[in-house]
Design a protein around this ligand. Structure first.
Ligand code: ATP
Length: 321
């Protein structure tokens, strides 16, 4: 056994794991029918569709063997095994055997929020579309509120982006991909991370620069704000391949437009759907405030989204990163 394996094994034994069952690699092969149904590839591994003995459909993430260190694997297991929430993807099991590592999740069948944002929605009735967007926004906010405050350990995800939000058959969002997540004591409100995590466009400024204040769950709030704006804009607000200034422009455009009491026709927002769109924009703008202390908590975001539009203010100054 390598030093790294010994370390992972010790952590797994010492940690009180709530639920996930440990599987042998031979069982993983059976569950995935010898890896014959690939769903997709990520930075850390390949995801296959599979079936447990009781017939439950699962997604099995098989980690690349080149991932020498067990850190991401342990992080994902330890973070997610402490959770149980309708808006957080459930970890059902894992495999850690020699160089083989795999994670077994509930299968979430309706693609990612990124797919949904990109999808042509012109044949969807506007009121249905905006109700769905609003419900997705509330669901993600509730999932994050739970991770930040509601489960036994405080969890900061650090990589909230549309690709990591899966949608179930009722379009309920489920937060996935806990590779960068960090557990911290519920009494501690700040934490530190080694290395730079996150994804450009969604990553909070304090994760890059030292002078923005302490690192806390407000980093996820920032990423959430970007997602909320992206959902309203119906497009990526940051696209490194095409236009590095698009994010900046969209955010300012929306801010100025709303400040001057303009309507949002250009974004397919009608009178009927304007309230929902405005709420999501206002929430998004508050969440992407440069200083973490000026951003709302996720509980406040849920209240803002569920409350009356009249009670929402514009952020006082456009000081976004
Ligand atoms: N529980 C699941 N149910 C259904 N599909 C899933 C599930 N988990 C992941 N997938 C799909 O598998 C693909 C790969 O997921 P994975 O989390 O490994 O990578 P990623 O999020 O795309 O990239 P990275 O991990 O590098 O951020 C994605 O397209 C995702 O939609």
């Amino acid at each position: 056994m390598s030093e790294d394996e010994r370390r992972v094994e010790a952590i797994l034994q010492n940690y009180e794991l709530k639920a996930p069952k440990r599987y042998k690699y031979s069982q993983i092969k059976k569950i995935t029918q010898r890896f014959n149904n690939e769903i997709g590839k990520g930075g850390f591994g390949t995801v296959f569709k599979g079936k447990l003995i009781d017939g439950q459909e699962v997604a099995v993430k098989v980690l690349h063997q080149s991932n020498g260190k067990g850190e991401d694997f342990v992080n994902e297991i330890l973070s997610i095994s402490k959770t149980s929430h309708i808006n957080v993807v459930m970890l059902l099991g894992f495999c850690f055997e020699g160089c083989y590592r795999a994670l077994i999740y509930e299968f979430v069948p309706n693609g990612t929020l990124a797919d949904f944002i990109d999808k042509d929605k012109s044949n969807m009735e506007a009121s249905i579309l905006w109700e769905r967007l609003h419900d997705i926004a509330v669901g993600i906010a509730r999932g994050l509120e739970y991770l930040h405050r509601g489960c036994s350990a405080q969890i900061v995800h650090f990589d909230i982006k549309p690709h990591n939000i899966l949608l179930d058959k009722k379009f309920r969002p489920k937060i996935a991909d806990f590779g960068l997540a960090k557990l911290c004591s519920t009494r501690k409100s700040t934490l530190s991370i080694q290395g730079k995590g996150g994804t450009p466009g969604y990553i909070a400024p304090e994760l890059w620069f030292d002078n923005f204040g302490p690192i806390s769950s407000k980093a996820d709030v920032y990423s959430y704000g970007k997602i909320a704006l992206e959902m309203v804009g119906g497009r990526k607000i940051f696209d490194s391949k095409t236009d590095s200034s698009s994010e900046y422009c969209f955010t300012y455009w929306v801010y100025n437009h709303l400040n001057q009491c303009g309507n949002l026709d250009a974004y397919g927002v009608t009178e009927e759907t304007e309230e929902v769109a405005k709420k999501m924009i206002l929430v998004g703008l508050w969440c992407i405030q440069k200083l973490p202390a000026e951003r709302p908590s996720m509980s406040e975001v849920v209240e803002m989204l569920k409350g009356r539009i009249e009670d929402l203010r514009m952020p006082p100054n456009p000081k976004w990163f």
